[in-house]
Design a protein. Structure first.
Length: 59
């Protein structure tokens, strides 16, 4: 293989790697945003006022 072909192959491999990393970075960012939104939503939700406050012991 000559130098030009090797250079092109290495360049294409680098482009593929950079695009894969960019996609993975975007997916990570989206997952972090969704996680923080979920935490915020759960912390804002108020429990039901009567659920869990009494135990039915009659059998």
């Amino acid at each position: 293989m000559d130098v030009a072909k090797a250079s092109m192959a290495m360049s294409q491999a680098n482009v593929k790697q950079q695009s894969s990393l960019a996609v993975m970075n975007q997916a990570k960012t989206n997952a972090e945003q969704q996680g923080s939104q979920m935490v915020e939503m759960l912390s804002e939700s108020a429990p039901h006022p009567t659920k869990g406050s009494q135990i039915d012991v009659k059998g």
